[in-house]
Design a protein around this ligand. Structure first.
Ligand code: GLU
Length: 318
C-alpha cells in the first residue's frame, strides 16, 4: 500500500486515539472558515482552492472561503485582526510581523501560529522583450510594477532593486500581479516583479501573448541579498518554465508558509494540518511544488512558532 493511502486508512484510528487521549474531537468546531490568499493571478489563490476542496471532502458541510487579497502584508494584518482563520504568507514577511520590524513599525503580531512551510517562491522579474532589458541595472528609467504595497512582492522588489542601486531610478507602479500582467499585455508598462511559485500559470498565459524575458539576479547581487537578509536563498528559474525562455535564469527565493490566527482553535488546527499532509498528492495537484513537501520541509524556515495542533499533526506524520 502506498504511504499516503496507508495514512488515509489509519486516519480514523488516529482520530479516535486523539479523542481518547483528550486531544479534542474528530469534527471541526464550525462550518465556515476563511483563508487569505493573494491575487487570482498568483499561486496562493489556487492553493487556497485546493485546501478548500480537501477540507470539504474530509469534513462534508465545512466551507473554507477563499479571500483574494494584496498578499502577505495584508494577510498578516487580517489574521492579527481575527478577520480570517488562516493565511498563506511569505516567511520573510511573517518574520517582520512577529518581530515588529520593517513595515510592521514596532507593532509585533503575537497572536498567530505556524501550520507548515509549503514551497519556495521565486522573485520573478518579467519584462517585455522589446525593451531590451537584460540586467537589473537596465530597469532604470522603465515603468515597472513592483507590487501592491500590502504584498510581500513589494518588499522583495524594494530590497532587491535597492541592493542593485536602481530602485530610485525605476518608474514604480504599485500594482497587484493581476493588474500588472494586464497592463503589460496592453503595453502600458515595461515589466513587473512578482514573488510567486514556479511556474506561475498566469505568467505562462501572458508569455503566450506577449514576448517576454526574465531578468536574472546576477550572482554578486544574489550574494549581497542573501547576506543582508536571512530569508533569501540563491535559486534559479530552470529553462523552459515559460514560453520562449530557453535558458536557466539566476534568481533568489524565499518560502511560502501557512499560518493561522487566534480564531482557529487547537483541535481545528490539528484536524486541518492532519488532512493537508495526510493527502500530499491531492495538495500536490494544485501546484507541482507542493508535491515535493516532506516531513522535514514542513518545519524548515518557519519564523512563526508552530501551533500546538499543527505540532501534534506534524509529529504524527510518518
Ligand atoms: N508572495 C506573494 C505576496 O505575498 C503572493 C504570491 C502568489 O499569490 O503566488 O506578495
Amino acid at each position: 500500500m502506498k504511504k499516503s493511502y496507508l495514512l488515509l486508512a489509519m486516519l480514523p484510528a488516529l482520530l479516535v486515539l486523539a479523542g481518547l487521549t483528550g486531544c479534542g474531537g474528530s469534527s471541526m468546531s464550525r462550518t465556515d472558515y476563511t483563508i487569505a490568499t493573494g491575487s487570482k493571478s498568483g499561486v496562493y489563490f489556487p492553493i487556497g482552492e485546493a485546501l478548500a476542496m480537501i477540507l470539504k471532502q474530509a469534513f462534508p458541510g465545512v466551507n473554507l472561503n477563499i479571500m483574494e487579497t494584496a498578499g502577505s502584508v495584508e494577510n498578516l494584518q487580517l489574521l492579527r485582526d481575527g478577520k480570517v482563520d488562516m493565511a498563506l504568507v511569505q516567511n520573510d514577511i511573517a518574520f517582520y510581523a512577529v518581530e515588529g520590524e520593517a513595515m510592521f513599525n514596532g507593532q509585533k503580531i503575537t497572536n498567530i501560529s505556524g501550520i507548515a512551510t509549503l514551497f519556495p517562491e521565486v522573485v520573478q522579474i518579467v519584462v517585455r522583450k522589446e525593451t531590451g532589458i537584460k540586467a537589473l541595472a537596465d530597469l532604470a528609467g522603465h515603468k515597472i510594477a513592483v507590487g501592491n504595497k500590502d504584498s510581500g512582492t513589494y518588499y522583495n522588489a524594494q530590497q532587491l532593486l535597492t541592493i542593485a542601486k536602481v530602485w530610485e531610478q525605476v518608474d514604480h507602479q504599485y500594482l497587484n500581479a493581476g493588474d500588472a500582467m494586464k497592463e503589460m499585455q496592453e503595453g502600458r508598462i515595461d515589466g513587473f516583479i512578482f514573488t510567486s511559485g514556479l511556474p506561475n500559470p498566469s505568467i505562462i498565459e501572458l508569455a503566450r501573448k506577449v514576448e517576454v524575458s526574465l531578468v536574472a539576479v546576477e550572482p554578486d547581487m544574489v550574494q549581497k541579498l542573501v547576506s543582508a537578509y536571512s530569508f533569501y536563498y540563491p535559486s534559479n528559474i530552470a529553462a523552459n518554465q515559460y514560453p520562449g525562455q530557453t535558458e536557466e535564469v539566476s534568481a533568489v527565493e524565499i518560502n511560502a508558509i501557512l499560518v493561522s490566527g487566534p480564531g482557529l482553535n487547537e483541535n481545528d488546527q490539528y484536524l486541518i494540518t492532519k488532512q493537508l499532509f495526510g493527502q500530499p498528492n491531492d495538495l500536490g495537484k494544485s501546484h507541482p511544488r507542493l508535491s515535493k513537501m516532506t516531513k522535514n520541509s514542513l518545519r524548515q524556515q518557519m519564523p512563526v512558532q508552530l501551533g500546538r495542533g499543527a505540532y501534534r499533526a506534524h509529529s504524527e506524520t510518518p
